[in-house]
Design a protein around this ligand. Structure first.
Ligand SMILES: CC(C)(COP(=O)(O)OP(=O)(O)OC[C@H]1O[C@@H](n2cnc3c(N)ncnc32)[C@H](O)[C@@H]1OP(=O)(O)O)[C@@H](O)C(=O)NCCC(=O)NCCS
Length: 166
């Protein structure tokens, strides 16, 4: 199975909507919200797409959306999921790594996100990828669950390289 990552296009709307239904148990985006994200000037959505060897129609296995705001170098991971059939094989990590690169390419210095306090898998992934807990968000989700705001400093090669002497 070959999985490719690419920028979402308008024709992905139906598949994104279906993915949203199976990947999240609550707080799902409506079709209208997804449409807005796809057309929104300050958002970037990447999809993970799988093309089966029998060359059937490609299938969306995951997506992640970044939001950018004028006047700030902080990007926000607004939505991120992987289809239940494709979890645990590294796709979430791969998608997030590429989203970080895309955020950096758009001059973001920090990537922020919100995650449910009871989402053990996502919290673990974010922590291992270098996100730090920033703020507790009480009663944040539609079912009353609390969340964490997390953030990661995105350092480009230039900033990360040690200063050369002499
Ligand atoms: C969170 C989510 C995107 C992770 O996607 P994934 O493709 O399964 O993640 P990966 O396979 O890349 O695994 C990421 C890490 O989580 C661990 N992991 C994955 N599934 C796990 C499970 N069921 N139990 C424990 N650990 C698990 C992996 O071992 C891996 O660890 P590593 O970082 O040390 O390599 C996916 O579970 C999901 O879509 N969940 C529902 C939507 C959601 O919660 N989105 C996040 C909103 S903030």
């Amino acid at each position: 199975m070959t999985v490719t990552l690419r920028q979402a296009l308008c024709h992905d709307l139906d598949a994104l909507f279906c993915l949203e239904q199976v990947a999240f148990t609550g707080d799902r985006f409506s079709r209208r919200q997804l449409w807005h994200l796809l057309y929104r000037a300050h958002a970037l959505t990447l999809v993970a797409e799988c093309r089966a060897p029998d060359s059937g129609p490609p299938r969306l296995l995951g997506y992640g959306t970044l939001l950018f705001r004028r006047g700030t170098r902080r990007a926000r991971l607004y939505s991120f999921c992987v289809h239940p059939d494709a979890r645990g094989i590294g796709l979430g990590r791969r998608l997030l790594e590429v989203l970080e690169v895309e955020a950096q390419a758009r001059d973001a210095e920090v990537l922020g996100l919100e995650v449910r306090a009871d989402n053990r898998v996502a919290l673990g992934l974010y922590r291992r990828m270098g996100f730090r807990l920033e703020r507790w968000l009480g009663d944040y989700y539609e079912d009353g669950c609390a969340g964490w705001q997390m953030a990661k400093l995105l350092l480009g090669e230039r900033e990360a390289a040690p200063a050369r002497e002499g």
